[in-house]
Structures are given as structure tokens and as C-alpha cells.
Design a protein around this ligand. Sequence first.
Ligand SMILES: [Zn+2]
Length: 619
Amino acid sequence: MAYQVIARKYRPQQFDQVVGQEHVTRTLAHAIQQSRIAHAYLLCGPRGTGKTTIARIFGKCLRCVRAPTPTPCDQCDECRAIMEGRSLDMLEFDAASHTQVEKIRELIIEGVQYAPATGRFKLYLVDEVHMLSVSSFNALLKTLEEPPPHVIFLFATTDPEKLPATILSRCQRFDLRRIPVPLIAQHLKRIAELEGIQIDEPALYAIARGADGALRDAESALDQLISFCGERIVEADVLSMFGLTAQQQLLTLAEMLLRGDAAGMLRELDQLAQHGKDLGRLLSDLLSHFRNLLVFQVSGGNLELLEVSDSTKAAIQAQAPQVSTEALTAMLEALTEAEAGLRDAASKRIFVEVALLKVMRARQAVRLDTVLQQLQKLRAEQAHGGTAAAGLAGPPPAAMLRPEFDTPRPAQPTAPEILAPSSSASAGGSAPAQGPVAAPPGSAAQAQPPVADPTLARLWERFLAAIEQENGFTRGLLDKAFPVSLEQQVLTIALAPDAAYNFDLLNDSRRLAVFRAKLQELGLPNAQVRVVQPQPSPAAAPVPVAPTGQAGQVAAPQAGGSEPLPPAPPQPPGRTAARSAGRKKEVQPLKLDPEQFKNDPLIEAALKKFEGQIIKVET
Ligand SMILES: [Zn+2]
């Protein structure tokens, strides 16, 4: 018997022999069993995934002497004629060949009028159907609108997007997938056994990876390797023949990217380039390795989802804990960008070197929402003398302090009203730059309105401490909130006017549940929590100021660290109104001195945490 290429010799002849497209073959077999045959089928998918193979098997199912059957006999004249591509009633056209395009039009349009020479159905298989001319599509459309009952069209295409919608809507569409690497490797292994070829597993996986989901490419590669190497094939043969990178080298390179070892990475890359490895291929191999790492992490360590050999699985298990999901995503994005840009690169090697250095840097990227969360936490720590800001010198700029609160509270005629002495800032000038001086003791605490009821104040303190232990972020949200009352088991919490944006976050049902649980721990088993919106402050929207009884007004201490005045007696209406006007000025944006800004403990702590630097100060 004459030599036959592997792809042809092992071409599937039955639906159950088709590799990796069960979702298509099973549906078609059912349709035949139930005699629900459509007039036009569209098979879409990458090259070498089995489109024409499936179409021919389908043709045999409908034209075999046993037809209709999902398991054609492969013995009768018609089965063999279709297998050899010489059937008179199953005609094949290739729209990709220019010489055929116009002929197709004539043949199809003329031919559909005539009944099949034998059997019930006449089939037209048009490969790469998207290449047909507009006039061919128009002619085809007429036939598709009113197809003769004996005609079935089988269209195959690698590019369904290019088909007119009028054609698409008249076809039953099937999408063939790229065949997974392990399935290709398994299929090649079976062929090798039948051919009496010795081939090791890394070699099988290398061929399968190189085929990129196309079984026919993998079979052709095996063919070439057999004629090149004889009856024994190892991974090195595959790699050198196709310019692929050994899986081990790839894993080493990935390891260096993860560790941030730039020198090692460049050395490794140099080795690969000197051995003439395909650098574009290398990038896409790295991309799929990092994708595997991400899948492994996100799936909670599920190795079943990965299409890799056992040795690679072990490497993935070892590498995944070295990197956060966040950093991995950033690295994947950088690799994707690099792969897209490689085509236009003048020097592929330099491009890949720079690209991999960028990937390495992406590893250290911090997402913006993490930055915000950390900042919230820092702020919370600072406000409560936490570790981040403790001991740091320098007065906080006025803008960083809480502005006054003005929320109606239970009338307390004797409640203290604290006002800081006016400074250059409140007079409209800029705050003077100052050397580091000790912050006024307790200035942050005094920015909070004092809670008149000592029991409530104590409860609030313990409540905040309990929340702090539970969740730093939630604790940060309460930074600009204060207790209004505890009445009939309801703890009412009000927000400062400049923290109104936290209202929805605090009213979240899960947070409220946490609050209730904490109150329960503090000995209030049935307590509820109510968060109320801040009232518009007189500074933001001037309203008549109540003459007396409006307790708890606090003006922010000005930069400079002056001690607040002792509590003042209730003031006559005139003076309060005047002060209200004075406060209005304070809300104007303050001009910040960058030097002073740098000395702010919160900024300093943030810079340290993110290893950042101040580039520009905007007010
Ligand atoms: Zn047959």
C-alpha cells in the first residue's frame, strides 16, 4: 500500500472518532436519528479542527445505503465515494481558490435544480464560504430562501464574521473549538503506538502546544518528525524542528519574572535567542503559563482546569504562591500588550527584552482601590493615635482636619462651645510654613464633637475599638461619625457634613449586622444602629443660627498648634452670627505649602507605605 500522510490515514470516519468536538458531533447525530435535517449548516472554527471531516461524515450519514444513520457503514459505494471526494451527489468546493469562485455560482445555482442521481439528498460542501463574491452570495441567498427539498448546504469557514447576516440567519451554526493540548497529545500517542514510533511525553506535549489547537497541524508535525528522526522522538527534536522553547526553560524564565530577577531573565533570554528560538512564540507560551497560574489561583488550586503536562502542573503549584492575584493580573496584561505589539517591532529581541522588564515591573503594581483602602486605614490609625502616625512630628495642615460639625443634638444648655483663636489662615492668608513642632496634644480628638453624655462617650469608645478589631476599613468609615443618642436600644450615629459620602457604605446591611453584633458583645443584646445623614452646615448653606442651645460646635484648630480656649458661656445671637460668617471664610480652599504638606503625618505614612514621592501638590 502506498504511503499515506498521517492526517489522511487517521482521518476520523465516524462521529465518535472526531477529537474534541463532541458538542457538535453529538448534536448532528441526534438530528439524524430524529430526522430533523436542516437545509443549511454552518461549521465555524480555526483551521485543522475538523470542519470538513465532520461535514463528510454527515454526508455519509445521509447518503449511505443505511441512510439516514448516525453510523455510516464505510463499505458501500457512496460512503467510499464521499471518503475519496468523488461522489456525484456530495460536491465539494473551495471558495478560497479564485478559479472556483465564479464556477461555484454556476454549478450551485444550476445544479440544485436536479434531483440526486441516487439517494434522497444532494449535498454541497463549500469550504471557506466567506470568500464567495457578493454576486455568489446573492445567488445563494435565492436558493436558501426556497431550497429544493433534496438540497443540503454545508458551509465551512474560519471567519464567520465576514458572512452576510442574511446567510448566517438561514444556517444552523456550529462552532468548533480549538482542541485542548492534552487531547491532541493523547491522540498523537495513539497514532505513534499504531505506527510503532517511540515518543516521550514532553515531546508529545511540545507538538501539541505548537499545534495551537489544530489537530491536523499536530499530525503533520508528527509526520515530519518521523521522517526526520525515525522511530525514536524526544522533546529536543520537536523543539529544534519548530523553534519552540523547552517547557523547562519557559518555566525558568517565568520563575525569574516572578522573582524580579532581571539579570537572570536577560541571560535566559539571550540563551534562547542564540538558539534561534521563536520569540513571538515564547511570548505567547509565557502568556499561557501566566494564565494557567491565574486560573490555578482563582480556582483555589484546581489543577483539573489546566491543559498541561504533569511536570508543568508541579511547577505551577510551586510558583502560584509566590505572587498575588492582583500582581498576576497586571503581569498578564503587560504580556498581552507585548504580544500585540510584537508584530510591528523592528527588532524582536530588543522588543521582547523591554517587554519582559515591563512585565517584571507590573508585578509590583498596586491597584488604586487597594491604595484607597490603605489610605482609609492609615487615616483611621492616625486619628486614634495608631502606629502609623504616632510619634511623627509636624502640625497637620488645616485642610486635613475635620471641619466643624453642626448636627442637631439633644439640647444641652451648658455644653461647651470651643473656638480656636483666629490665625492668619482664617483671616484669608496662607498658613505659614513651619518647622517641625509637636502637634497639640489631643488635637485630633478635639476635632470630634465632644459627646456630652459620658456613658454614651464610653460606649462609643469601646464600640470603635471593637470595630477596629473586626475590620480596619469599616473603622475608617466611622472616623467622621459620632454618636448622637442611645435611646430605646437604638444607637443613632450621625455623619460629619464632609463625610456624607460614607452614608451608603455605613448603611450597608452587612455592616449594620456587624455593628449590632459588636453592641451585643458590649452588653446591649437587642440594640439597633441607625446612621443618619448630616444636616447641611451653616458654612455650606447659611441658615439662621439658633440663638442658644446649639451645642457641640467646634472649629478646627488652626495650623500652628495653639491650645483651644476653655469652654465659653452661651453667647448672644449677634456674636454667634458674626462667628458663623467668620467660619464661612475657613471653608475657602486653603493654600498649602508643599513643605508643610510633606510634614503631615498621614501623607508621610502614605509615602512610606507606597514607597512614593510627592510630585505635585494641588489644592
Ligand atoms: Zn455506507
